[in-house]
Design a protein around this ligand. Sequence first.
Ligand SMILES: Nc1ncnc2c1ncn2[C@@H]1O[C@H](COP(=O)(O)OP(=O)(O)OP(=O)(O)O)[C@@H](O)[C@H]1O
Ligand SMILES: [Mg+2]
Length: 361
Amino acid sequence: MSSPVTPALAIRDLVSWFETPWGTVRAVDHVSLSVAPGRSLGIVGESGSGKTQTFYSVLGLTRGAPGVIAGSARIASVELLDGLDQYVERTVDADGRAVVTKSPTWQPVHEARVKTVVGRDVAILFQDPRRSLIPYWTIGRHLQEVLSRQPQERSVANGWREVALARLAELGFSQTQRVLNSYPEQLSGGEAQRAMLAITMAMHPSVLIADEPTTGLDTINQSRALESIAYQHQSLHMALILISHDLGVVDAMVENVIVMYAGRVVASAPATILRELPDDRLHPYALELRVSRDRRSRNATLTAGEGGAPAPRATTGCAFRHRCTLRPRLPESVRSRCDGEAPPLRALESSYTVACWGIES
Ligand SMILES: Nc1ncnc2c1ncn2[C@@H]1O[C@H](COP(=O)(O)OP(=O)(O)OP(=O)(O)O)[C@@H](O)[C@H]1O
Ligand SMILES: [Mg+2]
């Protein structure tokens, strides 16, 4: 029997909630996922389903209102969250009003742990590349900074410039010298995205988290960016987590897919199984994504509401029930279950888990 492989990244029971003046936003609600070294995982779900926040809360990139971050997240065997259950501090001000603030002790401990893994063990390709590039640094300066921290690259006889030009060429740039000397704002969106990918790849991360890497790109640049990611993923034996609202993008690139809805994982399966499962075995939201992908691939017009209508969030019961196409066909006893209790994830087949009361075991 082969020994189990230690995941490159493993998240267990992650909770990330925000306290806002409008109430608690359960951005990530008990999410578990993992990716083995060199393997690939896709995260799909509409806008606001918690895809980005899952990784931002693990890596300390969350901004704004304090809330709750709890659970476990392990990258390269470093536990980032465990034992840090004091993220929020609740105090009372002089007028007796409750005040919620980020714990002054939680953040530095978390940041110190994150620092030990960011870059070498994990890197994020952000949704908007220009936001993560320093505007007054050329692409060359960015690459130099990253390459100078790589012992294997420093030993290259030609110096960082030749290595940087080679990295840009690998990413499909023909005018590598121009790109090297350009500031981020001098590049088009597609060029900036690929330059960011070259910089991220130069870090040689064990896990790459690519967050909507094709958003805002035209079709040609979309395929270029995806091809570059696939090439780097395979040639560097790097684990890939690909986040997208589009099942079509994820499906063609990854081995396993997780479908998120309203902060929760509602289905998880190998991409092949997700493609082939009969409609009545698929989570109704995953089915919506699959139908939408198939229509798009046939170039048909999308009907209103498809592809990311805001999710009406139920506070009790199944969050998807207001949109569920399966619901009208369910017996009253099952429907009342959907209203009363959020369905837990359960294994329907050895590698397919689903959270739906309406699908029979
Ligand atoms: N700092 C914050 N304060 C309050 N709510 C937040 C904050 N950051 C995110 N959220 C909320 O958390 C939820 C999940 O956000 P997240 O960015 O993870 O969505 P997403 O699935 O990545 O969406 P998209 O496809 O649009 O990128 C959303 O409802 C969002 O409004
Ligand atoms: Mg996002």
